[in-house]
Every structure is written in structure tokens, then in C-alpha cells.
Design a protein around this ligand. Sequence first.
Ligand SMILES: [Zn+2]
Length: 123
Amino acid sequence: MFEVTIEESFAAGHALRNYHGRCENVHGHNYRCHVTIEGDRLDDIGLLVDFVALKKIVHAVLDRMDHQWLNDLPPFDAINPSAENMAKHIYDQVAEGFKDKPEVRVSSIRLWETDLASVTYRP
Ligand SMILES: [Zn+2]
């Protein structure tokens, strides 16, 4: 089994609904996102996935959230923009980008809200 991981970052604002504490207030994060892809077989030049192709798919997903107010951005207008929900959303969107590549699958999304706190989603 091979795993390939990239790290990307974006900035966004949010406020957690029905959270009774400071995170209920408007604030922002410089998010860091680790995207890990896995698979058993390498292609004929020895790659699991081309970093360039992986970054292109991940950028397309994260660019939609970069410098946005998440609470107004679907699906976070309906569900809380918690790191947990964001990691699952990123997973689903990145997995959609790999739907034509059955030889690899998205293993996990690790989303860092701060240098000391992260959430990992893996199905
Ligand atoms: Zn927050």
C-alpha cells in the first residue's frame, strides 16, 4: 500500500451556531489541510498519483472556501462549519475529483484549525 500526502492552506471565517463559548463569535482561521491518497499499484513510471494532478484537484476544492465567510457558503449555510464537517466536505469533494481513477482512493483529510488542533476524517 502506498500513501501520498500533500498539504495546502486557506483562510476563512466562520462562527459556530449553538456553540456556547468564544467560537460562537465571528472569527477566522488559517486552515492547513493534509490530503492523503492511497493505492496498491503504481503506474508505468512509478507514481501512485501525480502531485501536479493531486494539487489541481485539491486547489479546486479549497479555492471555493478560501477568503470566504463559511456560514453563507453551502453546505455550511445548513450545517455548522465545524472542522469536522469541513473535513468531511473536503473529503467528499476531493473524492469526486478522483471518481475516474478507480486505482486510487482518498484515504483521509486532516484539517488543522490551529497549529495545535486538527480533525481527521476517513470513511
Ligand atoms: Zn473556529
